[in-house]
Design a protein around this ligand. Structure first.
Ligand code: HXC
Length: 260
């Protein structure tokens, strides 16, 4: 079944970067149920595709996403959100094994900011704005805005954003560590494609292990995380790609990865 609210294509010189574009422009890419389930399916397809080495998630120049769909939420109650596992399927984004790069232009508000933060790397266009305005509509973040934002930018800025809905622009997002790079709006997708190609040129097997190791810094204590990292490092010695990478260095040639 074709997607209606997202656009999916393969990009990069070798076609090994998956690009998913949120495509509900009239509603500023508000993240309704249908959009999120299409996104889940597309992410899974790229994740399971051996030819794809990295995935880019973006919106348009006006909005990455202006949040969860407020009109869809108006008449929900506690029982239906709880029993209906509302927002649980969003975890599909953070469960993706391949690196996911968010490219944010325009608004990344509420669930839009949370969606970007579920990705592994965020690149911002100069016109990007990030915010958690849920407080203005009588609710609080439900997909990481109080957690991932706090870990990314620290308590003071996170509290200010969460308690007031105050937005930060691309520059402040960069200085506070929420995003890794800022580029002109019309260049940022291409910069992300270059980044995706660079990741896709590595061993997919080792990339997945590396992503797991970095994510453990978010999910474990330092002691557990260091232990987990060292074990994963030891595990790379059970792979052909580790042997190939070190041999290629010593022989002054390019490695040929087999993901084994
Ligand atoms: C549903 C939305 C929407 C949203 C915008 N639209 N955001 N619809 N849910 N989150 C719709 C508008 O209703 C409008 O539709 C159209 O998109 C264009 O929006 P305008 O408001 O006319 O555009 P503009 O004046 O440029 O203002 C842009 C904006 C504003 C500042 C981004 O749209 C806004 O404040 N949006 C809501 C932002 C927000 O509160 N996000 C958090 C949502 S709560 P019509 O049909 O009127 O043309 C949330 C909870 C997260 O995300 C919980 C965990 C996921």
């Amino acid at each position: 079944k074709a997607h209606e609210m997202i656009h999916v294509e393969r990009v990069g010189l070798n076609g090994n970067v998956g690009l998913i574009k949120l495509n509900r422009p009239k509603a500023l890419n508000a993240l309704c149920g249908q959009l999120m389930s299409e996104l889940r399916v597309a992410l899974r397809e790229f994740d399971d595709d051996d030819k794809i080495g990295a995935i880019i998630l973006t919106g348009n120049e006006k909005a990455f996403a202006a949040g969860a769909d407020i009109k869809e939420m108006i008449n929900k109650d506690f029982a239906s959100t709880y029993s209906g596992r509302f927002l649980e399927e969003w975890t599909a984004v953070s469960d993706t094994r391949k690196p996911v790069i968010a490219v944010v232009n325009g608004y990344a508000l509420g669930g839009g900011c949370e969606l970007a933060m579920m990705c592994d790397i965020i690149y911002a266009g100069e016109n990007a704005f990030f915010g958690q305005p849920e407080i203005n509509i009588g609710t609080i973040p439900g997909a990481g805005g109080s957690q991932r934002l706090t870990r990314a930018v620290g308590k003071s800025l996170s509290m200010e954003m969460n308690l007031t809905g105050n937005r930060i622009d691309a520059k402040q997002a960069l200085t506070s560590g929420l995003v890794s790079k800022v580029y002109p709006t019309d260049e940022v997708v291409n910069k992300a494609i270059e980044l995706g190609e660079k990741i896709a040129a590595q061993s997919p097997l080792i990339v997945a292990m590396c992503k797991e190791a970095v994510n453990s810094a978010y999910e474990m204590t330092l002691r557990e995380g260091l232990h987990f990292e060292r074990r994963l490092f030891h595990n790379t010695f059970a792979t052909k790609d580790r042997k190939e990478g070190m041999s290629a260095f010593a022989e002054k040639r390019k490695p040929t990865w087999t993901s084994s």
